[in-house]
Design a protein around this ligand. Structure first.
Ligand code: NAD
Length: 347
């Protein structure tokens, strides 16, 4: 197998490499945004991108996002990501073994994990060629499903935001509208209920809503109606880009705190929330339990330690909201500033 490598120079990025292995149809890019804090860790995204340029745009955006997320989470990982240009129905073991050789060529500067359309089985093929792989389910000392740690972190972020709003972190009487009752959303609903809060819920799967109504006394809401619920906290735990020109004006909450990635459709939506006086706890600070969990595997996995570290998300979110208030600017801007201080302030 012959790995054909092309270095791509991009300002602000340490290393971006395009690789091809024609025999197995591999066409992939690894982007290492920054390794000031540690090796660049990020998942392998497999998509049928329309062009190499489209794949490059995605991997640049995602790898930079990983630098910022790890910096805010306080883990010693840099930011990296990889993309494989491929139809998911056509992936096979040889493709991932060839990709493993590509990962090996970075000598540990890039550590691969799962992302969209890649599974633990795929990672096992990558691992045949390199040790620099994390998050394979079922392996000894694997970090496994990150959801419990993510859910713990989202709950701590919720407490920090409630403290910011009410001067007390108590959830007693706090009204929370949860969009998406999957691994993270349902666990959040349980914790809010335990804490004495009142819950409104929606999901595209009716059985999940019915369960929350029966077990937690939640108020069911339609998929679209969740944006109109009068509440203290709107918690997006389903999909991205739900804070957009069509929804921000409808929200009747005091704050937004949730697990979903890329909640703001555009930065303007973050400014819109700010102008409306709605406190937005930045998503990548709130949901960093996932990277905290994987980092524990890098250090020697211990689930109790991972959960303890996710508790620090409380302090990070509290600091972001406090600074945003002091400076009179939107919290999502402060989150970026804080991440940059940690990223570029280290030597
Ligand atoms: P999940 O797939 O277990 O749950 C998502 C839930 O949202 C499902 O019940 C689904 O039916 C529902 N849903 C989908 N579209 C919806 C819509 N339009 N309206 C209402 N409900 C909808 O996912 P998860 O692991 O709970 O993660 C939730 C979100 O948090 C995702 O966006 C994920 O990318 C993000 N996230 C998760 C983790 C983690 O560790 N699980 C880490 C970081 C970020």
């Amino acid at each position: 197998m012959s790995l054909k490598i092309e270095e791509i120079k991009i300002d602000g990025y340490e290393r971006v490499v395009y690789a091809q292995v024609p025999e197995v149809g591999l066409s992939a890019i690894v982007a290492i945004h920054n390794t000031n804090l540690g090796p660049a860790c990020g998942g392998i995204r497999l998509l049928p991108y329309a062009s190499k340029e489209e794949a490059l745009r995605d991997v640049l955006r995602l790898s930079k996002g990983m630098s910022y997320k790890s910096a805010l989470a306080g883990v010693c990982f840099g930011g990296g990501k990889s993309v494989i240009i491929q139809d998911p129905s056509k992936k096979d073991p040889a493709l991932f073994q060839a990709f493993g050789e590509f990962v090996a060529s970075f000598g540990g500067k890039y550590i691969a994990a799962k992302d969209m359309n890649t599974t633990s089985e795929d990672l096992l093929e990558v691992k045949k060629k390199t040790h620099h792989v994390l998050g394979i389910d079922g392996m000894e000392k694997s970090s496994g499903d990150p959801s419990p740690v993510t859910a713990r972190g989202v709950y701590r972020a919720l407490e920090a935001t409630v403290e910011f709003l009410n001067g007390s972190r108590s959830l007693s009487g706090v009204r929370v509208a949860i969009q998406g009752l999957g691994h993270v959303g349902y666990s959040l609903a349980e914790r809010v209920k335990e804490g004495g809060g009142e819950i409104w819920v929606t999901d595209v799967e009716a059985r999940r809503v019915e369960k929350a109504v029966a077990e937690l006394g939640a108020h069911p809401v339609s998929k679209d109606g969740i944006y109109d619920v009068e509440c203290d906290i709107f918690a997006p735990c389903a999909i991205g880009a739900i804070l957009n020109a069509g929804t921000v004006e409808r929200l009747r909450c005091r704050a937004v705190v949730g697990a979903a990635n890329n909640q703001l459709a555009t930065p303007e939506d973050g400014l819109r929330l700010h102008e409306r006086g709605i406190v937005y706890a930045p998503d990548y600070a709130v949901n960093s339990g996932g990277i905290i969990n994987v980092y524990q595997e890098f250090e020697g996995y211990d689930s109790a330690k991972a959960l303890d570290k996710a508790d620090h998300i409380y302090d990070t979110v509290a600091e972001i909201l406090r600074r945003a208030k002091d400076q009179g600017i939107a919290p999502f801007i402060v989150a970026d500033q804080l991440a940059e201080e940690r990223l570029y302030g280290v030597h």
